[in-house]
Design a protein around this ligand. Structure first.
Ligand SMILES: [Ca+2]
Length: 234
């Protein structure tokens, strides 16, 4: 190709870079980062309108947002990596199956949430491979505007969560989980789910802690967890 100014401009616009002094050298396409786009998130039906004006005693709940939450972003092609993936937990469920957490059903119902025993419990999702994670969404139980306690979200490549653990969210006000007092605020459960942005962190396992809620019983509940990101390339 004759390297006229017009051709050079076209090459740059196409993401191609050549060394002008070495016109015979091969041209390489620049590695362009994946374009970010809204994730195709489908929210479940809202079980109630708005959130209470008064925050429950003993919580650090943020006031209800006045604007709708922007749709979270991830690179084009991102999928819910958690869908259908295996879930383990700190103790056997009280009622329901751990598979409910990644079955894709986020609706409120009598049998759509798994119940775990009281006190601090965790659930853990195995994504199957180390993947780039951009957004995590958690629906504990959004049938009522309740507040779950000691919510912690971590990722690691170690299934035991001993080595290389990154904490992405922590609102544990009392260090109940023994992982340190969290600086994040507590929040009301809604049909939007709790969003945790993770900026492309690479990990295989996602672990979520909680210690009951302001609901009428001390159980821990999960309706769904979504982990949006790019599947590992082999
Ligand atoms: Ca579910």
């Amino acid at each position: 190709m004759l390297l006229t100014n017009t051709n050079l401009r076209h090459l740059y616009q196409a993401g191609m870079v050549c060394l002008i002094a070495l016109a015979s050298a091969p041209c390489y396409a620049q590695a362009t980062p994946n374009e970010m786009a809204p994730i195709p998130l489908k929210l479940p039906k809202a079980a109630f309108a708005g959130t209470p004006k008064d925050t429950p005693a003993g919580t650090t709940v943020d006031r209800a947002p006045t604007k709708p939450r922007p749709i979270p972003l991830a690179p084009k092609g991102a999928v819910n990596l958690a869908l259908g993936k295996k879930v383990t937990s700190s103790a056997a469920p009280f009622t329901g199956s751990l598979a409910l957490i990644t079955d894709g059903n986020k609706e409120v119902g009598d049998e759509t949430a798994v119940e775990l025993k009281p006190r601090v419990q965790w659930v853990q999702i195995d994504l199957g491979d180390i993947s780039s994670i951009y957004q995590i969404l958690v629906w504990h139980y959004h049938g009522q505007p309740i507040v779950f306690h000691s919510v912690i979200v971590q990722v690691s490549n170690d299934p035991q969560f001993i080595e290389g653990v990154t904490t992405l969210f922590n609102n544990d006000q009392t260090n109940a989980a023994g992982l340190g007092i969290g600086k994040d605020r507590e929040y009301f459960e809604t049909n939007e789910g709790k969003l945790v942005e993770t900026k492309g962190i690479k990990a295989r396992y996602v672990r979520l802690y909680s210690k009951g809620s302001t609901y009428q019983d001390p159980l821990n509940r999960y309706t769904e967890v979504e982990v949006w990101g790019l599947p590992a390339t082999k």
